[in-house]
Design a protein around this ligand. Structure first.
Ligand code: 8DG
Ligand code: MN
Ligand code: MN
Length: 399
């Protein structure tokens, strides 16, 4: 005896790439809980469980109204027993006991603090935790030698764990655009990642760079990076060369979703006067969890900021993570689609392509296994059409 209004929800298709998911989420209380369990699973090397929780959360994000009764979930895809138990718990008790337990566990807290360091993944954090390292001071006191990325990550820990605003993203966009235009006039730069999906904050800023003439983009990244470095905009950078052309399997190595573009993971030094608004002090206090040990890294701060100036927030700049990717124009649409996200949306697109269409989608190409040929595309719309999917604009890919 499901009434019609409830029946409507059962039309939710099962792949996230078949649905429109805006940033307007009517079920944050449930999706936050499921996302936390997803995060915990991912940090614990349980990717399968992680994806299951992500898919369940994504289904709830796509609903047009808040869930108030388990009956409303009838017929919805991707809601397994575990996710349903969590939702039920939240409905009945206002919170999930499993989520609360996880949040408070020393292990989860330590994993969060340690993987909050740029350059530290779940595996490294896990190893450190097994050695009894649960906090940043403990890490600093340990004999561990950190790699260059991790050193930079530790040094700029507070800044990098503070959300980047759209305004900051735009300012960085202007700087990167200037760099790109200076070293290769005619090149084009596009904002990708979460900001392209309309998010107001992010953990980094992502840009895709190309040139309308195929081949002109070759060698572009080192020049852009040198320009930025010469102007003092980079606190850290690691450039990975394009390995795509050197691939022995021809154009795409379709089954692999590892991507081979020339790319640069960087930490930008964003001048304070370039920042808009006065949000920083608020967000700083708000976002510093009690047990993040409020990071006393003065010994690591080699730049201008002494501990007291840091505390007083007199540092005239802030560190921001920036990702740059260069693609040849022939692959631009695939790169754009592949780097716009969300991560779950991307994963679902590839699963749809493989399981439903016998195709292999990567950020370089789309291969049709039935016809044994690559399908060309010069826009995202064409790729969705090749995949037999309705076009979903970036702002509705927030699965
Ligand atoms: P946020 O930064 O606003 O928090 O979120 P986001 O912008 O959605 O996430 P992101 O971690 O910056 O990643 C942006 C997109 O880039 C996302 O769809 C995943 C994709 N991406 C990586 N690494 C790689 C990679 O190695 N290959 C490909 N093809 N895509 C990648 O982050
Ligand atoms: Mn991003
Ligand atoms: Mn990124």
């Amino acid at each position: 005896q499901v009434d019609e209004s409830k029946e409507v929800e059962s039309i939710v298709p099962s792949y996230a790439c078949q649905r429109r998911t805006t940033l307007e989420n009517h079920n944050t209380v449930f999706t936050d809980a499921l996302s936390l369990l997803a995060e915990n699973a991912e940090l614990s090397d349980e990717d399968g469980r992680g994806v299951a929780f992500r898919r369940a959360a994504a289904v709830l994000k796509a609903l047009h109204s808040p869930v108030t009764d388990l009956l409303q979930l009838r017929g919805l895809p991707c809601l397994g027993g575990h996710s349903l138990r969590v939702i039920k718990d939240v409905l009945e008790n206002g919170a999930s006991s499993e989520v609360e337990f996880t949040k408070q566990s020393e292990r989860f807290k330590a994993l969060k603090v340690l993987t909050g360091i740029f350059g530290v993944g779940a595996k490294t954090a896990e190893r450190w935790i097994r050695e009894g390292i649960h906090s940043l001071p403990q890490l600093q006191d340990s004999a561990h030698t950190l790699n260059r990325a991790q050193q930079a990550g530790l040094e700029h820990y507070d800044d990098l764990n503070q959300p980047v605003t759209k305004a900051e993203g735009d300012t960085i966009g202007e700087i990167v655009a200037k760099a790109v235009m200076s070293v290769l006039p005619g090149a084009q730069m596009t904002l990708i990642g979460g900001f392209r999906r309309g998010k107001l904050t992010g953990h980094d800023v992502d840009f895709l760079i190309t040139h309308p003439e195929e081949g002109r983009e070759v060698g572009l990244m080192p020049k852009v990076v040198s320009w930025l470095e010469s102007k003092g905009f980079l606190l850290y950078q690691k450039t990975t060369r394009n390995s795509y052309l050197e691939s022995k399997d021809g154009p795409a190595r379709p089954s692999s979703n590892m991507d081979r573009f020339e790319r640069c993971f960087s930490i930008f030094k964003l001048p304070e006067d370039a920042k808009q608004g006065t949000k920083q002090t608020e967000t700083l206090t708000e976002d510093t969890p009690e047990d993040t040990c409020s990071l006393t890294t003065p010994s690591l701060v080699k730049d201008e900021g002494s501990e007291s100036t840091k505390r007083a927030n007199l540092k005239p700049w802030r560190a921001v993570r920036v990702d740059l990717v260069v693609s040849p124009i022939s692959q631009f649409a695939f790169a754009l689609l592949g780097w716009t996200g969300s991560k779950l949306f991307e994963r679902e697109l590839r699963r749809w392509a493989g399981h439903e269409k016998a195709m292999s989608l990567s950020s370089h190409a789309l291969y049709d296994n039935t016809q044994s040929k690559y399908l060309r595309a010069s826009s995202e719309e064409e790729i969705f059409a090749h995949l037999g999917l309705e076009y979903i604009p970036p702002s509705e890919r927030n699965a």
